[in-house]
Every structure is written in structure tokens, then in C-alpha cells.
Design a protein. Structure first.
Length: 975
């Protein structure tokens, strides 16, 4: 070890010890706010936000400019004091989507604005959705106000000339749905030839390693490393303890406020980094309001309530001072109830009221702030989108039902392909399992304790010095054998593969990437951008380039990723991207893609592209490209749902973090990204047993179910807490496994129809206003209702059941509850408040096995929630090979179940595609059966089936028939 390395190790050990002490002392996590810009500290946001109160750009239509152009309607708008007209176009998609784009007319000397070709579904798919929009000349008036209707009759838009506004309405009822630019906040920083590409000033941006910094005592010190919190680590062991401690010399967090006032395109400084903004001011924005709507949802990811708080107007408990910020960042120790930016973002806002649901998608991947206001006179909700760059590209989804809106958004950005079944099981992770022996022991312990799990994970310490695609030779000398051993139990492994590449000429991935010129470039566009991350000095691949994506995908081939096997899947972390010594712990906006686009234009797409390329790699590594990949990403954007799962990053082992997880996951689900979860147990800190148990209960009913923990935390595998705790957690996890057929069917429904997996209560009861503010309880599909315990010391809790529905307690169905009221439900430590809808049929598998793979051929149990009003109960089951893409070629089966209470007959159909499958039922459980039947008969054979009726609970269980299971299709009659 060199002396620097020794010093570094010592400093690290000290830092770790301090962190552990802090955690042991029970100190809560606290975000270092000074590291992150506010709106006021961000020129484009401050200017556009202020414009709301001051003079607004009042755009008007240029008279006579509107014209039909094929399926589109085009026009031009202009405003006093701006540089000339802007091109406006409208397009309609057949499910009720109206798209409005505003761009600068092409001009010599001005580079067109950045627009990603990859966020929306490919042109072919969108073309299929296109429906002609007909200009209605009869309604033109002298000023040029006109209207247009989509030829499928789903949408009508009235474009007012002066001031320019667009009102979307229901063509039949005339109900107003959405108003664009109603508050004249449309803003477009137009450029003139000469503005573009002219470097306005030269600044030193992007610090490397071995630099000098000064702590709060002002002394110059050598920086030898950067921490995950974005703070420097000094050679002499000095620590910046005060908030905002920053190594860079000239740090004046607020200096940009002054520069912003004088010249909107001037350089801006923050936290010791200066952004030269060589292209000047390029920001865009618009307000969108929803008449009659008091509730908005979506715009994930924020650790904030599901029903969005206002950020403008009168201050109240339900208000934030700051706009929601959409700028993908690695926010160390994030806090809850905050509109601060987090790791990923989806610029989709959904408005819901008893009259209808509508939504707006702001198709812009640059830094974006979102103000939510209650309009003065009506209290209706307004969204103000404020982006640093790009164009105005707004998609309005007209609903009118929640289901319509989900489908409309899915028709634009796609859905999640049905995940391989194992990935819906339970995942066991920590930073880090030490070595192969540790992995073997953990697996053996799960076996010994008869505890189901599907995947065990390896974090960054498994690599050779944070060189991804490699293994630490001492700790993981035989990775293939290790994976084979795990696979022998029907389980998988996941390794982490981050996007920063260690700049080490002995590292083949770096050598190749450098030789081929695949790294993002620094501001001049010539040198590789360098930043500090886990491996030290690193560069970052340009995943916006299809060539680089293909090269990255190739790294996952078994030949290139030595030691990987088909049972190894992937975790993409730190892909905001996280740059420990960069502005706001990320990449300087002046960095360039290989095409020369500034990073500022597409920052929010870094993780999107990274996960996409990884997914491609996992598909292509197998001959035939037929196996479904599993890739977890921390960062994401609209469309990321097509690439896999995401999780909510570094939460904390605190009750408040458990509580906010459901709000965050609901926001993601309604914004089209269903495969999401939160670290079970909390990443930072040590949960006590009660918190851990309650977290497992919530996590088991959330789509992505993984326990994870920081490297400094105590081990917390469920078998470490004694028999009682183990038994309770095992029961929770077993419940998850028993419902895998239901989860799998929900993901199939999502893929084919765009409906979320985890849904708000208002998706089932759109008129029930009590549901509008609920983010702490949710539905799975529309048949299970979940409200986990998220407070300590609780043995009962209040649950709201929506109007017009009835429910049975899932585990103890002794009673039926009628909706439209709050009920108080017992919730001792071993019970999760989950309810089955009367009218639902839920497919399950009840045999406790070690993993999902071991359950493949098990027979099904159907849980039938009998409708007390005599209506029928319905459900479905989707089955395929659980592993490959063959389902897309028709290799899958579907069953539809129906219980006709009047006829007292339960039936199940079966329709299979290319491969016939035999599906069997071993048990039928009827909840809420009014009376004991005298006989239960399998109609096909007239076999009389055994049953047990519990007079007290009114549960009828038809058990495994004596001779054989019940094969689907079937019908069973109750007499
Ligand atoms: C940050 C991630 O959010 C966390 O889950 C992971 O354990 C660490 N990076 C180390 O890779």
C-alpha cells in the first residue's frame, strides 16, 4: 500500500466510524439543502416564475396563419417584444390525445432544438394512433379564433386568437377538459443567428482528482477522494462538517440571481461550479389548467404526498414554497415531504375530479420545475411547466375516465413488458454480501428456515476495484460456480453495473471506450468528460448514441462479461448520472454528447438510455434473444417503463420513509411506470424489529419487493431476529408468493392495456371524493385493497373503503364491509390490512416453496369474493412459460372465471395460443357464502366435491377433489 492509499484507507475508516456512530445514535437522515439549487437560484426558473406575477408574454395568433396540413393543423403565434413568430401545430391521436407543438421556424445559423427520438413510441406506433384533425373554418372569426375536432369525435379544441389560448372540450357535452396558456405563461426564449454556439464566457468547470479545496476554516488542503454525499475527502483527514461544505474555491450559491436579472443568457454559478451557458437563454414554459379539478397527481419522483400540494398561492399545510423540481439527481439522505428533485422524473400530471380525469404530458427532458397553483376564483388546479431548454411539446389526454387516461398515456410511451416471474418474487440485497462464502451461507440460511426468495444481489464491492463487468478475485474467485449453486435452488443473482467507468488503462472496458471515443465530452467537445465516482477518476459513456448503446449491450455477452451466466441479471445505479465532484453531484450541463448536444438538453434521459442499453445487452447475450431480461435502474424518465424496474433510492429506516413509499409508488404507477419498489427496511440506519416487520408487510404488496441496506448497517436477514419475528416475516413473504399468479396477471394486463398494477382508490370509485386525497392505501388491480401499518405501536388502524364496493378481510374473511366509510381494522403485528373485493376472483398458489420457479407446476387456488347483492364475481388468470418472449408469439393461456351467484355456478374458461397447457385447481375458497350448500358438483363428471363450510365466517372451501384436481376449463355447481 502506498502512503496515499494508507491515508485514504484511514480517512475512509474514520468517516465510516463516524457515520456508524451517527446511525447508532439514531440520528435522522438530513439532506444537505445547500448542495441543491432552488428555483430562485436558477435563472430560467426564477424568471419564468416571476413572470407569473409581472408582465407576461402575451402571445397571439397571427391572423390567417391557420391551415390544414394533411392530418395536422398549423398556425403561427407571436408576442410583443419577441423575435418573430413561432410555429404552432396540432395533431390528434385516436384514443383522445391532442398534441400541441411550438417550435422556432427553421433559420440559418440557428441549430434546431434538441428533441429525443426515443421517449415516445416509434413513429410507426404513433402513426397507427394518429387520427386526422379537422379545422373548422366555419367557426373562424375575424381575429382568427378557430376550432378543430378529431375525426374520431373524441376531442374538440377551440383556439382563441388574442391572447392565444387553447381550450380542449368534450365534443358531445361541451364539458371543458383542459385549458392551455389560460394564464398567458407561455414562454419561449427565442434565439437570433449569432446567439447560438457563441461562447459567452470561458469558465473552469468540472474538477478532477487531486485538486485543492478549502474547508470552512479556509485552509488549503489536498482532496484525495469524494464521498457519496458529494463532499470532498481531504488528505489530512479534515472533514467539511457544516452544511454546504464545498471544496471548490469560488462558491457563491446565490450569485446567479444577480446575473440572471441583467442578462437571461449570462453564465450562472452555484456551489463553486460555473455554467457558461454558451447558447444563452433557451427556456420554454406554459401553464395548463384543468377546469373543475381540485386534485392533481403524478410528476414523480418526489418524496411527497400522492395528491400533489400546491406550490403557489396561499400558504397552508398543503403547500410547498418551492416548485416541484424535475432534474435527475443523487440526493444523499433525502428527506420526505419535499418537492426537491430525486433520481428520476416523469413529466406527466393527471387531474381528477368526480366529473372526469384528464392529463398532460410535457415532453421535455431538460431540467424542469413544475409549479402547482390553485386558481384564485375557482380553486381549480393549474400546472406551470418551466424547462431550461427544448421545445414546447404538450400532449393532452382527454380521458374521460381514469382507465382512459392510463391507456392514452400508454399509447404514447408504452408499457412494461411482462417481467420474468422470478423478478416478482422476493429479492435479498445488501451493500454488500462479502464473498462467495457469505452468499452460500445466506442462501443456506434461507433454505434452513424454509423462507422463500428468488434473487440474491451483489453491490459494488463484488467488483475488482469498482470496475464493472469484473469480479474481486479474492472474494469472488469462482463466480460461475456461485451462480450455478444459486441456480440449483431455482434462484437468480443480480450484479450492479454502474455507468461511470474507471479511467484505468489496465481496465479493458475503459481502454476500449477511450479508443473508440465513446465517452461524453467535456465542454469544449474534444476531451473526455471526467468526474469522480466510486472508482475514483471516471468517464461516462454516451448512451444517447445508438452505436455506444450497442457496444454497451455487447459488454453483457458471456464472452465479454467473464463470469456471468444466464442466471445473472443487472442493477443500474448512479445513473442520474451521479458525479461526486460535479455541480449538484451530477454532470456539468456543458458536457457534450458525441453528437455535440449539451448535456443540459437531455440530462433527464441519462438513466433511461443506460437502462435501455443494458436491457438490450441482456436480451442479446442469449442465442435467439428470447429470454426476458431483468434490469433495475435508479434513474428514469418517461418511457423507462419499457426497460424494466426502478426503485426509490436511498430511503431511511424510519417510519416516515415507510409511510411515504406508497405515495411515491402510486405516483410512479399512475405515471405509467408500474414495476417500482422501495428498499424494504430502509437503506440508511437500522430498523427495529417492528419497523422491519411492518416494512415487509407493505413491501409484499408493492410491485418490486427487495430488502436492501447500506454498507454501514447491521445485518438484517429475516432469520437473524429469532423465531417469532422470522415466522411473521416468513408469513408475509409467503403471502406474496401465494399471490404471484395474481401479480403476474396484473402485469399482463398492464402490458396489454396500460393499466397500472398499483392503483389509486379513485380508479375504482372515480366519483368518491374521499378517495381523492388518499396516498397511504392502494389497490392492486381493482380487486385487492391494501393499507399497511406505518406507525409504531399500532394494533388497529382506520381504513377507507370506497363507495359502491364491498370487501372481505383477506386473511380472516369473517366479515364483509360495505364501502363508503372508514372502518377500524385490527392490525396486530402479524396481520396486514388487506381486503378482497366482493365481486372479485383472485388466482393463487398456496404451496410454500423456496422460489417462484419451484411453484411453476403447482395447482391453483381461486379465492372468490361473493357479491352480497347477488351480482356475479369475475377474475382472470394469465399463464405463460414465465421466462421467455414466446408469449409474444402466442404461447400463453388465459382463463376467465365467473361466479354467477344467481345460478350458483362457478365456471372457468381456458384459451391457449400456440401451446396447449393443462391448468389445475386444487381449492376453491368462497368468501361470504350466505349458506352451507348441500352439494358441490363438478359439472363435467358429475363428481361430488368435498367441501367445508364455516358457519361463523361464511367461508366455503372446496378442497382438493379425491380423484384429481379440477382441470380448467371447468364448471362447478352449488346446490
Ligand atoms: C447508491 C444506491 O442507491 C444504493 O442502493 C447502493 O447500495 C449504493 N449506491 C452502492 O452501490
Amino acid at each position: 500500500m502506498t502512503s496515499t492509499a494508507r491515508a485514504l484507507a484511514l480517512v475512509r475508516a474514520l468517516a465510516l466510524a463516524l457515520a456508524v456512530l451517527a446511525l447508532l445514535a439514531g440520528q435522522s437522515v438530513a439532506v444537505d439543502r445547500k448542495k441543491f439549487r432552488t428555483c430562485a437560484q436558477t435563472g430560467f426558473c426564477a424568471r419564468q416564475r416571476d413572470a407569473g406575477a409581472q408582465e407576461k408574454d402575451a402571445y397571439h395568433l397571427l391572423p390567417g396563419s391557420q391551415a390544414q396540413d394533411g392530418d395536422l393543423v398549423r398556425a403561427q403565434i407571436a408576442a410583443k417584444g419577441t423575435r418573430g413568430p413561432l410555429n404552432l401545430s396540432f395533431q390528434a391521436y385516436k384514443r383522445g390525445v391532442l398534441r400541441m407543438r411550438i417550435v422556432e421556424p427553421p433559420q440559418d445559423g440557428i441549430r434546431p432544438r434538441y428533441e429525443s427520438p426515443d421517449i415516445l413510441l416509434g413513429a410507426d406506433k404513433l402513426d397507427e394512433e394518429a387520427t386526422p384533425l379537422r379545422l373548422e373554418p366555419a367557426e373562424k372569426n375575424a381575429e382568427g379564433t378557430f376550432s378543430m375536432t378529431s375525426s374520431d369525435g373524441r376531442l374538440r379544441a377551440i383556439v382563441t386568437a388574442a391572447p392565444f389560448r387553447v381550450l380542449g372540450e368534450d365534443p358531445d357535452s361541451g364539458r371543458p377538459i383542459v385549458l392551455l396558456n389560460g394564464q398567458s405563461m407561455l414562454h419561449f426564449d427565442q434565439r437570433a443567428p449569432g446567439d447560438d454556439g457563441t461562447l459567452r464566457s470561458e469558465h473552469n468547470v468540472g474538477a478532477g482528482a487531486d485538486q485543492l479545496g478549502s474547508g470552512h476554516d479556509g485552509a488549503a488542503r489536498k482532496i484525495v477522494d469524494w464521498g457519496e454525499d458529494g463532499k470532498p475527502i481531504y488528505e489530512d483527514g479534515h472533514e467539511d462538517t457544516a452544511l454546504g461544505g464545498d471544496a471548490s474555491a469560488a462558491a457563491d450559491a446565490d450569485s446567479n440571481e444577480d446575473s440572471a436579472d441583467s442578462d437571461p443568457g449570462a453564465p450562472e454559478s452555484f456551489g463553486g461550479h460555473t455554467d457558461a451557458r454558451p447558447h444563452g437563454a433557451t427556456s420554454v414554459g406554459i401553464d395548463v389548467s384543468f377546469p373543475g379539478c381540485k386534485h392533481l397527481y403524478g410528476i414523480p419522483e418526489h418524496a411527497a404526498p400522492f395528491s400533489l400540494k400546491s406550490t403557489r398561492g396561499p400558504k397552508s399545510e398543503a403547500a410547498f414554497d418551492e416548485p416541484y423540481r424535475n432534474y435527475n439527481l443523487d440526493v444523499f439522505e433525502y428527506e420526505i415531504d419535499e418537492p426537491m428533485a430525486l433520481y428520476g422524473h416523469i413529466p406527466l400530471a393527471i387531474a381528477h375530479s368526480a366529473a372526469g380525469t384528464a392529463s398532460v404530458f410535457w415532453n421535455n427532458p431538460s431540467e424542469t420545475f413544475v409549479d402547482i397553483a390553485n386558481l384564485d376564483d375557482s380553486g381549480d388546479k393549474q400546472v406551470h411547466w418551466i424547462s431550461e431548454s427544448g421545445v414546447v411539446d404538450v400532449m393532452v389526454m382527454a380521458g374521460p375516465t381514469p382507465v382512459d387516461v392510463f391507456q392514452q398515456y400508454a399509447s404514447l410511451t408504452g408499457t412494461t413488458p411482462i417481467p420474468p416471474l422470478f423478478s416478482l418474487g422476493y429479492h435479498q440485497c445488501r451493500w454488500n454480501y462479502r464473498d462467495e462464502k457469505d452468499i452460500e451461507e445466506v442462501n443456506a440460511n434461507f433454505e434452513k428456515h424454509n423462507f422463500p426468495y428468488d434473487v440474491i444481489w451483489l453491490d459494488i464491492e463484488h467488483t475488482d476495484g469498482k470496475r464493472y463487468f469484473t469480479w474481486d478475485q479474492h472474494k469472488f474467485p469462482t463466480p460461475t460456480d456461485m451462480q450455478d449453486k444459486i441456480a440449483h435452488f431455482g434462484r437468480k443473482m443480480v450484479t450492479i453495473v454502474d455507468p461511470h467507468i474507471k479511467r484505468d488503462t489496465n481496465y479493458h472496458v475503459h481502454r476500449e471506450a477511450e479508443r473508440l471515443g465513446y465517452y461524453i465530452k467535456d465542454k469544449g467537445g474534444n476531451k473526455d468528460f471526467k468526474g469522480w465516482c466510486w472508482p475514483g477518476d471516471s468517464s461516462y459513456l454516451d448512451f444517447t448514441s445508438p452505436t455506444v448503446r450497442q457496444w454497451w449491450a455487447d459488454q453483457f455477452s458471456y464472452k465479454n462479461y467473464v463470469g456471468s451466466t444466464p442466471n445473472l441479471h443487472t442493477w443500474n445505479d448512479m445513473n442520474e448520472p451521479s458525479v461526486f465532484n460535479g455541480p449538484e453531484v451530477s454532470m456539468t450541463k456543458e458536457a457534450r454528447s458525441l453528437d455535440g448536444w449539451e448535456h443540459r438538453e437531455w440530462h433527464n434521459l441519462y438513466g433511461f438510455y443506460h437502462q435501455w442499453a443494458t436491457m438490450q445487452g441482456l436480451i442479446e447475450r442469449n442465442t435467439g434473444h428470447n429470454e426476458r431480461p431483468f434490469v433495475l435502474s435508479r434513474s428514469f424518465f418517461a418511457g423507462s417503463q419499457r426497460h424494466g424496474a426502478i426503485w426509490t433510492g436511498d430511503n431511511a429506516a424510519q417510519w416516515s420513509h415507510l409511510k411515504i413509499a406508497s405515495d411515491m409508488l402510486l405516483s410512479l404507477n399512475v405515471a405509467g411506470l408500474p414495476f417500482a419498489g422501495a428498499d424494504v427496511g430502509g437503506f440508511f440506519g437500522n430498523p427495529d424489529e417492528e419497523l422491519l416487520e411492518r416494512w415487509y408487510q407493505a413491501g409484499a404488496f408493492q410491485p418490486f419487493f427487495r430488502a436492501h441496506a447500506h454498507i454501514d448497517t447491521k445485518r438484517r436477514e429475516p432469520y437473524l431476529f429469532g423465531e417469532e419475528v422470522l415466522a411473521r416475516i416468513r408469513k408475509t413473504v409467503s403471502l406474496r408468493y401465494s399471490l404471484l399468479p395474481f401479480w403476474y396477471t396484473l402485469f399482463h394486463i398492464h402490458e396489454t392495456s396500460g393499466l397500472p398494477v398499483m392503483r389509486p382508490l379513485w380508479s375504482l370509485a372515480p366519483q368518491d371524493e374521499v378517495t381523492f386525497s388518499l396516498g397511504d392505501q392502494w389497490l392492486l388491480g381493482h380487486d385487492l385493497l391494501v393499507k399497511p401499518v406505518t406507525d409504531p405501536g399500532v394494533s388497529s388502524l382506520s381504513v377507507y373503503l370506497p363507495v359502491g364496493t364491498s370487501w372481505y378481510q383477506f386473511e380472516h374473511p369473517h366479515k364483509m364491509y360495505t364501502g363508503g366509510t372508514h372502518i377500524t381494522e385490527d392490525a396486530p403485528l402479524d396481520k396486514i390490512p388487506v381486503f378482497v373485493r366482493a365481486g372479485a376472483i383472485i388466482p393463487r398458489k398456496m404451496r410454500l416453496r423456496r422460489s417462484s420457479q419451484a411453484m411453476r407446476d403447482d395447482p391453483f387456488t381461486l379465492m372468490i369474493g361473493v357479491d352480497p347483492n347477488g351480482g356475479s364475481s369475475e377474475g382472470s388468470l394469465y399463464v405463460d412459460d414465465e421466462v421467455t418472449f414466446d408469449y409474444r408469439k402466442g404461447d400463453s393461456c388465459k382463463s376467465a372465471f365467473d361466479y354467477d351467484a344467481q345460478a350458483a355456478k362457478l365456471s372457468g374458461s381456458l384459451s391457449c395460443g400456440s401451446t396447449a397447457r393443462t391448468l389445475h385447481i386444487e381449492r376453491l375458497v368462497f368468501l361470504g357464502m350466505a349458506r352451507r350448500p348441500s352439494k358441490v358438483t363438478l359439472d363435467a363428471t358429475q363428481e361430488s366435491l368435498d367441501f367445508v363450510f364455516d358457519e361463523e365466517t361464511h367461508v366455503l372451501t372446496v378442497r382438493k377433489p379425491v380423484r384429481s384436481f379440477i382441470p380448467i376449463p371447468f364448471s362447478v355447481s352449488l346446490a
